[in-house]
Design a protein around this ligand. Structure first.
Ligand code: PHE
Length: 445
């Protein structure tokens, strides 16, 4: 069977941007920035996006386009006879871990959408927004039902195939989400006490840099937000036709993704301080902040409704790219149909998602790593460890296993003035930085 291809380069761009922009920019960015003190984290994150993220994004997409295979198969094809392909399983594992909590959080967003649809979140519920949210996520089966709903939507898009399902979903709602966020940012800035939020986000407290956790948190956020290191972008790259040029496409994806993160920060933090919410509230942060913004805003109920609808679609265009990673792999090795593969993989992730959801209720005492609950533990392993390791492996493949001329050709940089800079980053700078951040975290340097 011939592998599928994107209809147009724009189709690839939309799908890749759709993959990058999602809960990572709004939900994850806000709470990780909040947990890590704001300004200093933002600077590190931006730095890592620029010097590691975007160059590796180009690397990852080029591997997929050259090999025309999934995350494991591509390593096998490009480095035959070596154990390199084993690192592809970091990607498969992180896909399972990430989608199982991603679907839970996207389910929360669906619950919010529903509450704006029926009007019950237009004004504070009796328990307040924070209380209502707490009651909802700790309920045993309510949030699981929403997780299931989201997972079914994801599976349906993936099983209807790359082009039809994924390419179409992004065209209207990405611009819409951007527009709403910009409006929200202006509103948030007009709140009393907004300046304190801006200070938190944009005035770095350099003492935060003495904590090794901030580096790995910023690295993990850069990888998560850019959909990097898992093989999602690699797999999307594998559906690209050879004649599409990569450097400008990947730079565009990086800029777009960063824009969404920064603008989300400008929406969330002024409101966090204006409403007296704790910036280190963790995963619930945006879910308790946003409804308070909508409540204060003229036509806020309507805005909330559209916002959560757009957020759900942005999440879907990311979740399909995650499910596509194991789907592409298992379709090839088992020879199953796209239908069977995506249904089976999605169902396994859903079962893992049940554990994640219970971690906010009856299993809230379960803390697999340190103080972290089930979601935080899975997120930590996947985003802060497996994704950077996957990215490291891709950098080493292209920087060390390929000849320089081969690497430049794979990325359409052969006659480009930035070719040598990119290659130096991929060969030296990115791997050394990633390894240093790991060693620093473990306490070796
Ligand atoms: N980048 C996506 C987001 O920000 C999440 C994602 C991570 C998607 C890894 C694919 C791979 O929401």
């Amino acid at each position: 069977m011939a592998r599928e291809k994107w209809g147009t380069k724009l189709g690839f761009m939309l799908a890749a941007m759709g993959s990058a922009v999602g809960l990572g920019n709004i939900w994850r960015f806000s709470f990780v920035a909040g947990n890590n003190g704001g300004g200093a984290f933002l600077i590190l994150y931006l730095l890592f996006v620029l010097i590691i993220g975007v160059p590796l994004l180009l690397t990852e997409v080029s591997i997929g386009r050259k090999a025309e295979s999934d995350v494991v198969g591509s390593f096998k094809k490009l480095a035959p006879g070596t154990p390199w392909y084993l690192t592809g399983f970091f990607g498969i594992a992180s896909a399972f871990l990430i989608l199982s909590f991603y679907a839970v959080v996207a389910g929360w967003a669906m619950f919010y959408f529903w509450n704006y649809l029926n009007g019950s979140f237009f004004a504070q519920p009796a328990a307040g927004y924070e209380g209502a949210f707490g009651q909802f996520i700790s309920h045993t089966w309510h949030p699981i039902a929403w997780t299931a709903f989201f997972m079914i939507l994801t599976i349906v898009i993936v099983l209807s195939g790359v082009k039809k399902g994924i390419e179409l979903a992004n065209k209207i709602f990405m611009p819409m989400l951007a527009l709403i966020l910009i409006v929200l940012a202006f509103f948030s800035l007009s709140l009393d006490g907004a300046s304190e939020g801006l200070k938190f986000l944009f005035t770095p407290d350099w003492t935060a840099l003495s904590n090794p956790s901030i580096y790995i948190a910023a690295l993990g956020q850069a990888f998560f937000s850019l959909s990097l290191g898992m093989g999602a972008m690699l797999t999307y790259g594998s559906y690209l036709k050879k004649e599409n040029k990569l450097p400008s496409a990947t730079l565009g994806i990086g800029l777009m993704d960063t824009f969404f993160a920064v603008i989300s920060g400008i929406v969330i933090f002024p409101a966090v301080f204006a409403f007296g919410i704790d910036p280190s509230s963790g995963p619930p942060l945006v879910f308790i902040t946003l409804p308070s913004i909508f409540e204060q805003m003229p036509l806020g109920g309507m805005v909330g409704l559209i916002f959560f609808f757009a957020l759900i679609l942005a999440s879907l265009s990311s979740s399909v790219s995650i499910l596509e990673v194991p789907t592409a792999y298992f379709m090839r090795v088992f020879g199953w149909s796209r239908f069977a593969t995506s249904t089976v993989m999605g169902s396994i992730m859903f079962v893992m998602g049940i554990a994640v959801s219970l971690g906010f209720g009856v299993w809230s005492g379960v803390t697999p790593i340190g103080e972290r609950n089930i979601l935080d533990s899975m997120d930590y392993i996947a985003s802060n460890i497996l994704l950077p390791l996957g990215g490291l492996s891709m950098a080493l493949l292209v920087g060390w296993y390929f000849k320089k001329s081969e690497a430049l050709e794979a990325t359409d940089l052969t006659s480009s003035p930035i070719g040598s800079t990119w290659f130096t980053i991929v060969k030296w700078v990115a791997p050394i930085l990633i390894i240093m951040i790991f060693l620093n975290k473990i306490g070796i340097i």
